[in-house]
Write a protein that binds this ligand. Structure first.
Ligand SMILES: [Zn+2]
Ligand SMILES: [Zn+2]
Length: 254
């Protein structure tokens, strides 16, 4: 299994995941044109994509979806409640929390997370012994987040904000409380605690994702995360996903 985070952050999210039988896109929150361009930059063939998974209905996860789903003529996989909000003409495949389905050669295991959307999901994509966890846009770490991510070989987890930067930043008070609430986004500290709790010898790769461009700093985040990882017995490779540049394609070990 290999994957490429094409974009990540509050201005748009999209991740490509490929295995031998085909590929999936998780979220399409950049324009369809940007999505195609970024795939081209990484030599990814869009014809491999068999479906688009939508985690929730916020614009930074669906902006390019109508056009891309129509252009590629592929189904949309999401929860029934989220699907009802999307108002799309496309084939719909239902994802329900804790109900595993097989699609495009992957076993998909969605699970609920807490976020201020109608029915937000995170998920694990499994193929053989490889498992990739995708978990962004969550306000708190519930036991189901931990249970689902604990055996992954790769994880993409949200590390949205540094609490001190959020507190003294320019957001209005209501937005600061929304971001920090259990229905909002994970702070760097919460994300590192999550990482520590799921880091077994299986975990090869970790991607810090959905960074706030206002209330976080990639350099600060890299220092904090690397310092924490250096204390682990088993040290996964760290990548930091960005808003404007796709990450390299990352191969999970067989
Ligand atoms: Zn988001
Ligand atoms: Zn969201």
């Amino acid at each position: 299994m290999r994957f490429c985070v094409l974009a990540s952050g509050s201005h748009g999210n999209a991740t490509y995941v490929e295995d031998t039988d085909g590929a999936l896109l998780i979220d399409c929150g950049i324009t369809a044109r940007q999505c195609m361009q970024r795939m081209q930059e990484r030599n990814i063939d869009p014809a491999t994509i068999k479906g688009i998974i939508i985690t929730h209905e916020h614009n930074d996860h669906i902006k390019g979806l109508p056009l891309l789903a129509a252009r590629l003529k592929i189904p949309v996989l999401t929860s029934p409640k989220t699907w009802a909000k999307l108002n799309l003409k496309a084939e719909f495949i239902s994802l329900r929390s804790e109900l595993e389905i097989e699609f495009a050669g992957f076993k998909l295991r969605p699970f609920n997370i807490t976020h201020d959307a109608c029915d937000p999901l995170a998920l694990v994509l499994a193929s053989g012994k490889q498992q990739l966890g995708y978990c962004t846009d969550l306000g708190e770490i519930t036991s189901s987040v931990y249970d689902n991510l604990k055996n992954c070989s790769g994880v993409i987890i949200e590390s949205n904000h540094q609490p001190a930067l959020l507190a003294r930043g320019p957001y209005p008070a209501w937005l600061k409380s929304r971001v920090a609430s259990p229905q909002g986004h994970l702070s760097n500290q919460e994300a590192m605690d999550l990482l520590e709790s799921i880091c077994t010898s299986n975990l090869q790769t970790v991607v810090a994702a959905h960074l706030s461009q206002v209330n976080n700093s990639p350099a600060l985040l890299r220092d904090l995360w690397q310092e924490r990882i250096n204390k682990f017995i088993h040290k996964p490779d760290l990548y930091i996903a960005g808003q404007d540049t796709p990450l390299p394609i990352i191969q999970l070990p067989a």
